[in-house]
Structure formats: C-alpha cells, structure tokens
Design a protein around this ligand. Structure first.
Ligand code: IMP
Length: 438
C-alpha cells in the first residue's frame, strides 16, 4: 500500500522478527483502531504485550490487544493455549477495573486449556533438565509447553470441553491421567496431591460461567469478514526465532510465532494477507536460555536495560540486550515474506556515541551472512558490526521522519537497505501517539 501504514486497510499481520518482546502490543493497539477483527494466534500466557493508552497501562497475555476498540471483534484462535486463570482472573479483571468491556471477545472452542498441572509440569521439567545435565530452557513456567505437548499427544482439555455438558467426567478422567503422569516425578513433587478435583472443578465452573457466551468457532467469523472485505489484523506472539521448528531448538517456545501460525489457526493462506509487518526493537533482546551473538556487556547493557525497561512483562526476568542483529531480521523477513518493518524503542538509543548493527558473523574464522537456526552453531557466531554515529537529541517528540536527527535517519536507512523492505513505523516513546508512521 502506498499511503501511511496508519491508514492501513485489508488484511495485516504483525510478526516478531527476533526472539520476542519487540513491542507488538502498542503497535496493535494503535492499528486496531481501524480493525473490524483483531485475531490472536499462537502462544499463550507466556507472551506479554504491553499496551499503554488512555484507559491505563495493561500487560496483556492472552487477551488480544485490540480489545480496547469496541467496534472490533477480538478472536482468540484455536492454536492459542488459553489460561483462564490469566484471562479471567487477571486480564478481564484489569479491564473491568478500567471500565473496558470485553463482550467483543470470541474464544475458539478448539483452543486448548492451560490447566494448573501444566504449570506444575513446566516447572518440574525445568528442574529435571537441570538435575540431569540438560541445560534449562529458561521457560516462562506458565505451562504453555506442556499444554501444547498434551495437544500434540491428543490429550488435554479444550475450551469446548469446558463449556460442554460432560465437563466433570472429562475433568475427572484428565485429572486421573495427569496424576498418573505426574506420579512418575514423585521424587521431585513435594505434594503430589495438590491437584484437588473438587477445588479445580468449582474454579473452572466459575470460569465457564464467565466465558460461555464468548465461545464460538473463530474460523467462520474470520472467513466471513475476509469475504466482506473487512479490515483484519493478526496479532502474533513472541518472535520467529522462538518457533518450535525454525527456532534455535531446544531454546524455543512450543508454537509457531511466524506467518504459518496464522494459516494453521485461521485457515487463511499467507498469500491472502496484504500487509506483513515484521517488528523489531532498534536493538535485539533475548530472555531465557539460548545463544545471542550480539549480546551487550557492561555499561551499554545497563543503559539499554534501564532506558528500555527490559524486564519481562510476564516473568519479571531481566532481558539480555544486544545490538540489532540484522542477519536475524533479514532472515525472518525473507522466510515469512514480510513487506513492511516496524522499529520500536528508537528513543532508547539516544545518547550512544556510536551505534552498532550486526551485518554478518565469523564462524570458525569464516565469514557468514546467514543465520544458522541450530543453537550450537549460533553459539559459535561472532558478530561483525558496522558502526554508525549516534545522536544526542531527545527524539520522543518526533512525529515524522524529518523530525529525527540525520544520524537516526541514517541508522534507519541502513536497516532498510540491509533487510530490503521499508520501515513503515517507528516508536519513539512508550505512550500512545509517540510514534512515526511512514
Ligand atoms: P515457554 O514459551 O514458556 O515454553 O519458553 C520457551 C522460551 O521462549 C524461553 O526462552 C522463553 O523465555 C521464551 N519466550 C516465551 N515467550 C516469550 C515472549 O513472549 N517473549 C520473549 N521470550 C519468550
């Protein structure tokens, strides 16, 4: 599209081109004002989208970030791991407190539920790995991996089961299954009986009453909207390099944060998506286990953590900051055929005398300008940097490209040139409106 991304129309998707935490929530919150549908795919309560708007500041995990637009139908698709303790007790409560309605939410009945035992298993697996000389993955311990594992194993409970007639029978059978499974880990369990059927049943009945009118198959809603030419915005989670297949296994999440996640979630072919936005910060971060070639150290790292508030929305863990890894971004852009780039938190880099952009690696002394998705190989990559002069000005007031200092524009131009697609959105501060659309 020729006009500003702000005036987008058709079908648009937002995909992280890194290891997550790229600032998707605020872009979606912004773009959602024109959306008829905001459709969340992949991930679960492991993700955290920070939205700061006139209603307040919200950390959204499962609730689509378009919920603030009462005219948009917000869909939670079938490949999202739905944690109702998070959705109902935390997110819906926060929205209620702020006077925001969520009656415009629809949850797919095929979506799997993250249950209390999934969180237990997530923690136990991490402990077991550590005990048996496998490095910890550094998961968020939100139970998302075990939810997907059960789904792959074709066990587990769905949203549809919860609102069905025979929920108690299904819950009982599931509990017996899970307890048998968990008993195998008794030596690690302090209290294997902490899963109390009675308590869980009543808690989930409460959730059922709250969500039952919101449960509806999402694919027909989406295909009807597409047929009618409505504006549809897809909200991804995490980043492409945490993909279970394409990421740096085993330091990955358990779903597909890339474009394929939309396809499997909503039966929509990627070719039917008009605007494919890759989103990255002006620097790279990673949290949890796994290699990150451009990791910063010392004062630079502390400055970015502090200015960028690089503390996990979901876990409160400090993220490792690094210089922007353009090899990573270009790879994600190419594979997902993205056609627009969003660069967030540019303001965090103000004041650095020199900025670095990673444009290649040295692997065993040989130059490489591609990214190996193998964690062991990536571990060996030594970044090759291009250095650019920084800027001192406070850029938070910039609203158009020409408001930015020349060196900031050069920095963005170099990113565009290397990655091969235009930068269409830049954020220069955390609040709604502190952005530049191109
Ligand atoms: P899990 O998704 O909780 O199983 O965690 C697997 C890996 O993905 C860990 O390294 C997590 O830190 C990472 N991860 C999961 N969700 C996010 C996210 O939203 N942002 C950044 N990293 C994430």
């Amino acid at each position: 599209m020729k006009e500003s991304l702000k005036n987008w129309y058709g079908t648009a998707a937002i995909i992280g081109v890194d290891w997550g935490d790229s600032g998707k929530g605020r872009l979606i919150d912004d773009l959602a004002s024109r959306a008829d549908i905001v459709a969340r795919f992949a991930g679960g309560s492991n993700t955290g989208h920070t939205v700061c708007n006139p209603h307040g500041e919200f950390a959204l995990h499962i609730m689509p970030s378009g919920i603030f637009n009462p005219r948009a139908i917000n869909l939670i698709g079938r490949n999202v791991a739905v944690d109702l303790e998070m959705l109902v007790d935390v997110e819906m409560k926060a929205l209620e407190n702020a006077g925001v309605s969520y009656t415009n939410l629809r949850i797919d009945p095929q979506a799997h539920l993250t249950m209390p035992w999934h969180r237990l298993r997530d923690g136990l697996r991490e402990e077991l790995r550590a005990k048996h000389k496998k490095p910890k993955i550094g998961t968020t311990k939100k139970g998302v991996g075990p939810t997907y594992a059960d789904r792959t194993d074709r066990v587990g409970l769905t949203v549809g089961d919860l609102v069905g007639e025979d929920f108690i029978e299904k819950l009982e059978a599931e509990l017996v299954f899970q307890e048998t499974f968990l008993r195998a880990f008794t030596d690690l369990m302090q209290n294997p009986r902490e899963l109390n059927l009675e308590e869980i049943y009543h808690r989930y009945l409460k959730y059922r009453n709250i969500i039952k009118d919101l449960v509806a198959p999402t694919t027909p809603i989406l295909s009807e909207a597409k047929f009618a030419g409505k504006n549809i915005l897809f909200e991804g989670a995490q980043g492409y390099f945490l993909d279970i297949d394409a990421g740096t296994y085993p330091y990955v999440t358990s779903s597909h944060p890339g474009i394929v996640g939309i396809w499997t979630c909503f039966d929509l072919h990627p070719a039917d998506i008009d605007i494919l936005i890759g989103i990255t910060k002006a620097y790279t971060t990673r949290v949890g286990g796994g290699p990150m070639p451009t990791k910063m150290t010392g004062e630079d790292a502390q400055t970015v953590i502090k200015r960028g508030g690089e503390i996990g929305t979901t876990t409160g863990r400090v993220r490792d900051p690094g210089w922007l890894d353009l090899v990573l971004v270009r790879e994600a852009v190419g594979i997902n055929r993205l056609n627009a780039l969003a660069v967030t938190k540019l303001d965090v880099l103000s004041g650095f005398k020199t900025l670095k952009l990673c444009t290649g690696y040295l692997v065993d002394g040989q130059k490489a300008n591609y990214l190996s998705h193998d964690a062991g190989h990536l571990e060996k990559c030594v970044p090759l940097y291009e250095e650019l002069p920084g800027w001192d000005e406070d850029i938070s007031g910039a609203r158009k490209l020409t408001d930015l200092p020349a060196n900031a524009r050069k920095f963005l131009a170099r990113i565009e040139k290397y990655v091969g697609i235009p930068v269409r959105f830049i954020s220069v501060g955390p609040k709604r409106g502190e952005v530049i659309y191109i």
